[in-house]
Design a protein around this ligand. Structure first.
Ligand code: NAD
Ligand code: TYD
Length: 356
């Protein structure tokens, strides 16, 4: 079996669902169930013996050691993290604890388990660390996209904590020989995305008749990747990646935030028109910018394509259509995750400027 951490979050739950749709190899899923972890994402697996869920913290060395000894996974895929830049600005502590200290403790628990494996199992074992393109900092307007050789220049508490975790993974490979790999991926979107990030927040607010908050001038650029394509990249790296290597993952779909939001509005106008016949674009509201806001991310995923033959299947247009349709069809999911805690966050972040 494989062990996923953070497999009840956005990307992790998509990964677990995709994995079990394509393989009978069981998944042990360790997740702390923070505000971002949601077992409802995995409801279709509730009677499936191939999915074993355990609530717990990657930083709890005793629990992780027990789980490793009992289930003897052949690989660990580490999704567990605090992942929202704005939350990291308001309160970095959880990011330091999970993304840095938690990753360190997980690496130590896994190293201990891996050291005790027989030679064949030991060389086949893999630790795949799921990371972000944000560790490379911000690109200028005409800079080439980030390659694996770019310097690390993180600018937010979130990206700094992920950068630190990447360095730990690298060191655990170089120093102790742990067969680790790292993927640095661009912005994902798709089903089960918590409505605090740009795309699900704007779909949610549009349908609720609320403002669609655009930070600053809305000209910050991100490289968007449909989550299913990220999952296929992780599977491919796990299967055929070279240990010790880093692979950038991206969609080749660089867009300005304002363009993303107007695309969402136009799609909603077509699929779910407003009762008053006006466009959702009228709900767009420019709000104060994010401090230290990175201007541009773009990924060169050429290494992953050349060496492992991976390419995304979805274009931005096909992926965003699937995503909007999923949110329209799953309003109950959105209602359930927009709990009290979430509403408190929106109140703090957007104040009188909009949001819930
Ligand atoms: P998410 O916030 O939706 O989910 C994170 C999950 O980790 C949640 O289920 C949460 O309960 C769990 N978790 C948090 N702290 C934990 C701990 N200490 N122990 C165990 N579980 C814990 O995040 P996501 O968007 O699914 O991101 C998953 C990973 O992918 C993260 O490492 C993130 O940095 C990385 N990533 C995300 C994106 C993106 O666009 N969302 C892009 C590139 C990389
Ligand atoms: P986000 O989805 O938080 O991802 P990240 O910060 O990891 O890239 O934000 C994507 C972009 O959208 C980023 O440039 C910030 C911007 N943004 C807004 O303009 N308004 C919002 O309400 C949010 C949440 C993000």
């Amino acid at each position: 079996m494989i062990l996923t951490t953070g497999g009840a979050g956005f990307i992790g739950s998509n990964f677990v669902l995709d994995w079990l749709a394509g393989s009978d190899e069981p998944v042990l899923n360790l997740d702390k169930l923070t505000y971002a972890g949601n077992l409802e994402n995995l409801a279709s697996l509730c009677a499936d013996p191939r999915h074993v869920f355990v609530q717990g913290d990657i930083g709890d060395a005793a629990q992780v050691a027990r789980l490793l000894a009992k289930h003897r996974p052949r690989a660990v895929v580490n999704f567990a993290a605090e992942s929202h830049v704005d939350r990291s600005i308001h309160g970095p502590e959880d990011f330091i604890q999970t993304n840095i200290v938690g990753t360190y403790r997980l690496l130590e628990s896994v190293r201990d388990y891996w050291s005790g494996l027989a030679a064949v199992e030991k060389s086949a074992f893999r630790f795949l660390h799921v990371s972000t393109d944000e560790v490379y900092g911000s690109l200028g307007r005409i800079d080439p996209p980030f390659s694996e050789a770019n310097r690390y220049e993180p600018n937010s508490p979130y990206s700094a904590s992920k950068a630190a975790s990447d360095h730990l993974v690298r060191a655990w490979h170089r120093t102790y020989g742990l067969p680790a790999l790292t993927t640095n991926c661009s912005n994902n979107y798709g089903p089960f995305h918590f409505p605090e990030k740009l795309i699900p927040l704007c779909i949610h607010n549009a349908l609720a008749g609320k403002p669609l908050p655009i930070y600053g001038d809305g000209q910050q650029r991100r490289d968007w990747l449909y989550v299913g394509d990220h999952c296929s990249a992780i599977r491919r790296v796990l299967e055929a990646g070279q240990v010790g290597e880093v692979y950038n993952v991206g969609g080749g779909s660089e867009k300005a935030n304002l363009e993303v939001v107007t695309t969402l509005c136009d799609m909603l106008d077509a699929l779910n028109p407003r009762a008053d016949g006006r466009s959702y674009r009228e709900q767009i509201a420019f709000v104060a910018d994010r401090p230290g806001h990175d201007r541009r991310y773009a990924i060169d995923a050429g290494k992953l394509e050349r060496e492992l033959g991976w390419k995304p299947v979805e274009t931005f247009e096909s992926g965003i259509r699937k995503t909007v349709c999923w949110y329209l069809d799953n309003q109950d999911w959105v209602r359930n995750v927009t709990s009290g805690a979430y509403r408190d966050w929106v109140g703090r972040q957007y104040g009188a400027q909009g949001g819930d």
